[in-house]
Design a protein around this ligand. Sequence first.
Ligand SMILES: Nc1nc2c(c(=O)[nH]1)N[C@H]1C(S)=C(S)[C@@H](COP(=O)(O)O)O[C@H]1N2
Ligand SMILES: [Mo]
Length: 430
Amino acid sequence: MSDKPAEPATSPEIVAGNGLLHRRLFLTQGAALVGTGGLALLAARPAGAETLTVPTWTKTIGAPMSGYGVPSKHEGKVQRIVRPGAPGAPGTGGSRTPLELVNGTITPAGLHFERHHNGIPDIDPAQHRLVIHGKVKRPLSFTVESLLRYPTVSRIQFLECSGNSALGWAREAPQQSVGSIHGLLSCSEWTGVPLSVLLDEAGVEPGAAWVLAEGADSAAMSRSVPLAKALDDAMVALWQNGERIRPEQGYPMRLFLPGFEGNMSVKWLRRLQVNDAPTMTRDETSKYSDLMPDGKSWLFTFTMGVKSLITSPSQGFRMQGPGLYEISGLAWSGAGKIRRVEVSADGGQTWGEAALTDPVLSKSLTRFRMAWRWNGGPAILKSRAIDETGALQPTRDELITQRGERSNYHYHGIQPWSIAATGEVTNVHA
Ligand SMILES: Nc1nc2c(c(=O)[nH]1)N[C@H]1C(S)=C(S)[C@@H](COP(=O)(O)O)O[C@H]1N2
Ligand SMILES: [Mo]
């Protein structure tokens, strides 16, 4: 007879180095955790009947209803991370989603990241027009009211600025929160009119291959969109998470191009000009192009690369002693669905497969979860995603070998977090 205590039948097995456990823990809604004594999650303490007293809020009448709800007053620290751009131009710059303070995959509209080139215009929806012109048989002008009568589609999809994670290119790993480094990334349910429906009505002339999209903001931001994308899954979005799109996101309407760099999803959309060729606007030539080591630039790198991040634990967190932890994060790809996410706790020597939380949608954020028994020693956590095309998220070194170090955009390397024996979590290039 062995003198080892019998492992409970539900005990999860180790799948990779330094304490990574089988994803089954999350596939069975955590049921496997119950009754495995030593594995109990961190927080709970044994409860006696005296533990549950009747608090004052149970003994007084609650607050009445309200016309538009807001989060609990106890959650006031959950705010966008605001980064103004140029001095004297407060409308330029951006704000980021605090990715470490949210969960699931849908970003509350009030926390959706913002990137404005010259502030948010104060648009009167009754006066706003969208015009489709150029190489079309019937130039058309739409009011908001008229667009609201068209057939709509709804899709849950991410939006990511191509300047997101640009600090990944920096030689020193920045000691900033995950939202502060990677928070030019959000995900909403977008509802609107398929652009193909509107272009079809206008009647695209033979030979046309591009569409210029222009915004009604004082930056008049404009980008050229391949006609193929415009006819594929592009949408004129009017709604966001069930309500009319917010001013920050393009009220009363924006172009939404699933999986493409955020800059092309032109907000406050006022004009679509069908053309033979790209217009070579400022934002697609001097900006949003990738400078290669040989001094040439890549233009038109539209599709956002396959990417993932561990959001918990992440920089700034402090581990509460050895034991079982949930590692949780986000994965996404501009090319389609996430097929698989792998997590490492030993700096990338060994990898275990994470559980993906349903639904796994195309060009959307996918939440992954992994169980980890931290032994209290130093560890380096990493995640890497593989999308349905088979593309694998590169390491930082692989990305730099491919692209050099002169780029500002399209960083999608693996993000390592270092766990010290003290429990401190920091950012490292590893
Ligand atoms: N008209 C207009 N469209 C715009 C911008 C802008 O400044 N003006 N910013 C672009 C950039 S760079 C990005 S990343 C996304 C940001 O969208 P969001 O602010 O809704 O997150 O909108 C794009 N569309
Ligand atoms: Mo952007």
